[in-house]
Design a protein around this ligand. Structure first.
Ligand SMILES: N[C@@H](CCC(=O)N[C@@H](CS)C(=O)NCC(=O)O)C(=O)O
Length: 209
């Protein structure tokens, strides 16, 4: 199995973390999105949409969309909720993540922390993205205020999907202190079996650096 991913990306981190927590072997291929490598002729032949993450299971099975990868990887594993109702609830939260959080947290974080030279010129956009993220984060915080993980049955792909960008909300210029339910959940996720932090998403040969 090959995972095409980029450094620092919450979307790339999701399948990467699931693969680690499930103990599945895979090759990591880093694509330099900041240099536009995802739009290179070579990469467009792999994923015509020109984005990462992208998962190549074998020559005939390839997929985009981080949350689709989570669904595929978690099949018949401890990361997939057992009941049909909780599977639907997991999907509900995964769609919530892609519609109410990721479109705001990801660009706010990009122009606040990853490309800080553009922070000034994008200040108005950043405020708009932060306002959008706050609405979703308030909903998530209320949900997590009275439970340990996203689903009552315990840790699952729904947590991994949300964790990707939510745990780095301060890099988007927001404050974790405003979200105590989320803060406690972040600590619980970081204590799950086989957890690896986002900074570990890099080539093994770079680990000493
Ligand atoms: N909804 C997709 C988002 C994929 C995405 O937009 N990836 C970003 C990196 S996090 C990317 O490749 N951006 C480069 C571009 O759009 O050219 C997912 O969850 O996988």
């Amino acid at each position: 199995m090959k995972l095409y991913a980029c450094l620092g990306s919450g979307n790339s981190y999701k399948p990467w973390l699931a693969l680690h927590q499930l103990g599945q072997a895979f090759d990591l291929i880093l694509i330099d999105v900041l240099q536009g490598e995802q739009k290179s002729h070579a990469f467009l032949k792999i994923n015509p949409l020109g984005v990462v993450p992208f998962l190549e299971i074998d020559a005939d099975k390839r997929m985009g969309e981080s949350n689709a990868m989570l669904w595929y990887l978690a099949h018949d594993s401890v990361l997939m909720p057992a009941s049909r109702a909780e599977q639907a609830e997991a999907l509900q939260w995964m769609f919530f993540e892609q519609s109410k959080l990721e479109p705001f947290l990801s660009p706010a974080r990009l122009f606040t922390t990853i490309l800080p030279d553009h922070r000034q010129e994008r200040a108005g956009d950043i405020m708009g993205w932060q306002a959008g993220a706050k609405a979703g984060l308030a909903r998530l915080d209320a949900h997590l205020g009275h439970r340990d993980f996203m689903l009552r049955s315990g840790y699952s792909i729904a947590d991994i999907a949300l964790f990707g960008y939510v745990h780095v909300l301060e890099e988007a210029g927001l404050s974790m202190a405003h979200y105590p339910g989320i803060a406690r959940w972040v600590a619980r996720v970081e204590n799950t079996d086989g957890f690896r932090p986002l900074v570990d998403l890099r080539q093994p040969q770079d680990e000493a650096a």
